[in-house]
Write a protein that binds this ligand. Structure first.
Ligand SMILES: C[S@@+](CC[C@H](N)C(=O)[O-])C[C@H]1O[C@@H](n2cnc3c(N)ncnc32)[C@H](O)[C@@H]1O
Length: 242
């Protein structure tokens, strides 16, 4: 859900861009609400709603999708909703504890079509027949979260500056991991669309990664297109950055 400063606490409205997104005043609390506890309502800022909407997998029984990095499951449940609980979104999570909470969330939200898998996406074999029809992949990998705005940001600025040099090394490692994830996603034989999203505002984890991915041998061999009216079934249709 997106916060709407202009609305009163009793009002809400429909978002103009994202179907099923309702806008509430920032001070409206959902923590005690039954709809929130039972996951009928999922709290999510508008920016986080774009990846699933842009990926827009078909709502059909044959539709197979991968959410490579799933917990807590907000984007997975969004994908499941967009697919009308049809087809199969495979939802990967490598961390066991986080996987358990993903399972709980998906079951609460009644995402019956999702197949959660406790595995590292990087070791999944793209040639496994189970994934042979995967056309859509969502990649929302771990990142620094630098794009997440909090009201306390001004307090941490000076601390952040001191830690910058340490962070640089960490950022390079994260960036290398994120690029590896995209390149791995490109290996799935039927993939046509990969959505890569992060909560980071650093170009090293956004634009630079996407550019490096587009320049990779795999992307070049796919004759990557941005939006073709008649996409070739073997070419990757688009790599978006959200
Ligand atoms: C940014 S969070 C994903 C948020 C999620 N997409 C959502 O909208 O709720 C990244 C998650 O991916 C998991 N992860 C990181 N690397 C992974 C990998 N190689 N394979 C599977 N899961 C991974 C992390 O443990 C973490 O839970």
């Amino acid at each position: 859900m997106q916060f709407n400063i202009s609305a009163s606490k009793k009002e809400f409205s429909k978002d103009e861009d994202i179907p099923a997104l309702l806008l509430f005043h920032p001070q409206v609390s959902f923590q005690d609400k039954e709809a929130y506890k039972t996951a009928k309502v999922i709290l999510q800022d508008k920016a986080s709603c774009f990846p699933a909407v842009v990926l827009n997998p078909p709502a059909s029984a044959e539709s197979t999708v991968i959410d490579a990095t799933s917990t807590p499951g907000n984007k997975t449940s969004h994908l499941s909703t967009l697919m009308c609980n049809l087809g199969t979104p495979f939802a990967f999570e490598r961390d066991h504890k986080r996987f358990l909470s993903l399972q709980t969330m998906l079951s609460k939200a009644k995402c019956q079509n999702v197949e959660p898998i406790n595995a590292d996406f990087l070791v999944v074999n793209p040639m496994d027949s189970k994934y042979s029809k995967v056309m859509h992949i969502l990649l929302d990998p771990s990142c620094s979260g630098s794009g997440i705005v909090t009201h306390l940001d001004y307090l941490v600025k000076s601390v952040e500056q001191e830690a910058n040099s340490v962070q640089e090394d960490q950022q390079n490692k994260l960036a290398a991991f994120q690029l590896m994830m995209i390149k791995h996603a490109m290996k799935f034989p039927s993939v046509q669309q990969i959505i890569y999203s992060t909560c980071s505002i650093h170009a090293i984890k956004d634009k630079h990664i996407v550019c490096a991915a587009l320049e990779s041998a795999k992307a070049l061999s796919c004759k990557l297109q941005t939006h073709s009216p008649k996409p070739s079934p073997t070419a990757m249709e688009a790599l978006w950055i959200c």
